[in-house]
Design a protein. Structure first.
Length: 331
């Protein structure tokens, strides 16, 4: 049963954004067509950015737009975004980094004159919510799971990535939240969103466009790479495996899947990712039953045979082993 909460808080304004996750640039040619290529232009920073991001040159980042049926996937630097355009305005899924908001807006302006009216966050991480404040200032209503607003109000430390993340500004916070599932009927199209138990984070949602047979998984799916999993808020490899089971129930052979990171995918790609997670989970569980420490598992090169396929993203196998081990150790 849906529970909708309207959040109108006045908190300290300390904007946060500090995670640059890997985004691949290739796409599946038979289901997507490049919409346009952005000309190289300088980025106007319109929100405060921590030093770790400020040191990264985003001026040359291009927002690439790909038509996916009658929706648009946007790639830049951060999590994959999805835009749905219609008479009710633009519905945008995730918002990447704050310094890219102007480029994202310019890219959408080449498609439609409609404004971004709704912004749905798949989870709280900063490469997916970084542009929230900028889009909210321009009128977007932010929607997310209850736990997203909870996590955005507190600082976080990602030891495996060596990052300390401050709290988000009040204006970046979702204004509509739900606890289980919700449905939106916008642009003459049903959009269904549902929460899964702790997996990548404790506030992950899956967004399903049934008419298009398309699913945005958020970071429940990193296509072709080891995933970051936020064990600090209850995430685990086992939780990811179970979440993917729920996603696969929505799929047939023709389903299109937008992962949080990586190329647009098919259900077969998602199943391959899940198989990798199951393999890693079983190996780490076996090691723990043998009283192996994390150092022992790393020294034994437990994931060496998987690296060729999955180790070319932003996490190496030692980092992912650490995540898998920590997730199981907390059980």
């Amino acid at each position: 049963m849906t529970k909708i909460k309207f959040k109108f808080n006045s908190l300290l304004i300390i904007f946060s954004i500090a995670i640059l996750l890997f985004c691949t640039q290739s796409v599946l040619a038979h289901i997507i067509i490049p919409f346009d290529k952005q000309e190289n232009s300088s980025t106007k920073v319109i929100s405060a950015v921590p030093a770790i991001i400020a040191q990264k040159n985003l001026d040359n980042v291009k927002i690439e737009v790909y038509a996916v049926k009658n929706l648009y996937m946007l790639k830049g630097e951060g999590g994959n975004m999805l835009a749905y355009v219609g008479n009710d305005g633009i519905i945008l899924i995730d918002s990447q980094l704050p310094s890219l908001s102007e480029k994202i807006t310019e890219a959408m302006a080449k498609i439609t004159r409609q404004p971004i009216r709704y912004l749905i966050n798949t989870h709280y991480h900063f490469d997916h919510t970084g542009g929230n404040e900028n889009f909210a200032k321009n009128g977007a209503m932010i929607i997310a799971h209850d736990n997203v607003i909870k996590q955005m109000k507190v600082p976080h430390t990602y030891e495996v990535l060596g990052m300390n993340i401050p709290v988000s500004s009040n204006q970046a916070l979702p204004r509509i939240t739900f606890n289980d599932q919700t449905s939106l009927n916008l642009n003459d199209n049903p959009i269904n969103a549902f929460h899964v138990p702790p997996a990548h984070t404790d506030g992950d949602i899956v967004i399903h466009f049934p008419q298009q047979n398309l699913i945005h998984t958020g970071d429940l799916f990193f296509n072709g790479m080891y995933p970051f999993i936020d064990t600090g808020v209850g995430g685990s490899v086992q939780g990811m495996i179970k979440a993917i089971d729920k996603i696969l129930l929505l799929c047939d052979d023709q389903s299109i899947i937008i992962p949080g990171h990586g190329e647009i995918a098919s259900p077969k790609d998602l199943m391959a990712f899940q198989d990798m997670l199951k393999t890693v989970n079983e190996r780490v569980k076996e090691g723990i039953t043998k009283n192996m420490t994390l150092s022992d598992l790393i020294e034994a090169k437990t994931l060496a045979d998987l690296d060729e396929t999955w180790g070319k993203g932003f996490l190496n196998s030692n980092q992912f082993l650490t995540i898998a081990y920590n997730g199981l150790s907390q059980k």
